[in-house]
Design a protein around this ligand. Structure first.
Ligand code: SF4
Ligand code: SF4
Ligand SMILES: [Zn+2]
Length: 292
């Protein structure tokens, strides 16, 4: 599947969570509802089941993204699994298989499910809060830390990896999709005179009918349902450690072949080579039993 997601963490802005006026209140980081300081310190989120689930899934995502093999163990595993196929494809390349960089990224295959009314309500609540913040400043006084438009990234092997992964890091988008004050102010600058109601209606209207269960409300059947220019800064600049490693390889050695493996719960889900002919599937091949 061509997965248009080029998700987040950062390099960009920190999430905007303004200080509440009442020092005994905090914002739920998932839905922006005000919650008692004590609950925030103990649970980190409000009582909404979707926010509690989102917190657990974020923790699982962090584990999945860091428990991946690197270096010699990864090379040994890929060589054992697909050494012959890799060697065959590398015959057409200028570099040698011994120098072939190998990078692991996660793999998510969580099923899609209809977006519940509860999740829509959480998004609406979050938008209400952040739209109110975004309209605290008059249009002419808004200053942005980054350009009005997003640059299209030019990292084909890294994009192949995200497509293979299917957006595991989008779990972190939960029911808010990282649509916060700064991104909403950017929309205001793009469309002078934009009203809070129109802004809210726009984002609510982008929610797909079905999204990846427990992940970002905008993560639909074909990846992120939001156009790149309307996603948060964090969504457009994030990369897990695997993606970051790939981007730096592509920066330093443009066009160099790279092998990418995705890891699901049951181990390797797929292996591909990004070489001079673009992307080439290596494993599983025809007849290989289904993987996670
Ligand atoms: S490869 Fe990394 S950055 Fe890309 S979608 Fe997966 S977790 Fe996110
Ligand atoms: S809005 Fe959601 S689905 Fe889209 S890139 Fe961000 S986290 Fe992923
Ligand atoms: Zn919440």
């Amino acid at each position: 599947m061509t997965h248009p997601i080029r998700p987040f963490p950062n390099g960009g802005s920190a999430p905007l969570i303004p200080k509440p006026h009442n020092p005994l209140l905090r914002q739920c980081p998932q839905c922006a509802a005000e919650i008692p300081l004590v609950r925030f310190q103990v649970h980190g989120v409000c009582e909404a089941p979707a926010c509690v689930q989102a917190k657990a899934m974020c923790a699982a995502q962090a584990r999945a993204a860091t428990d991946l093999p690197v270096g010699a163990p990864l090379r040994a595993e890929l060589t054992e699994r697909a050494g012959q196929a890799l060697a065959t494809l590398m015959q057409g390349e200028e570099s040698d298989i011994d120098d072939l960089p190998m990078v692991a990224v996660p793999h998510q295959n969580t099923p899609l499910s209809p977006v519940s009314e509860e999740r829509r309500a959480l998004l609406a609540k979050s938008l209400d809060t952040h739209i109110a913040e975004a309209f605290e400043t008059a249009e002419q006084d808004i200053t942005l830390q980054y350009p009005l438009e997003e640059e299209e990234p030019d990292f084909p092997a890294s994009d192949m990896a995200c497509a293979m992964c299917q957006g595991q890091c989008c779990i972190l988008g939960a029911s808010h999709g990282f649509i916060k004050g700064e991104i909403l102010q950017r929309q205001r600058l793009r469309q002078p005179g934009l009203t809070p109601e129109a802004l809210k209606a726009y984002y609510m209207g982008q929610v797909p009918e079905v999204s990846t269960a427990g992940a970002c409300i905008f993560q639909g059947e074909r990846g992120c349902a939001l156009p790149r220019r309307d996603r948060s800064r964090i969504c457009n600049t994030h990369g897990c450690s695997g993606r970051k490693a790939l981007e730096s390889l592509e920066d330093d050695f443009p066009g160099r072949p790279i092998a990418v493996a995705t890891y699901g719960k049951a181990g390797i889900a797929a292996i591909k080579l990004h070489g001079s002919k673009g992307e080439e599937a290596i494993w599983p091949g025809a007849g290989t039993p289904g993987q996670s």
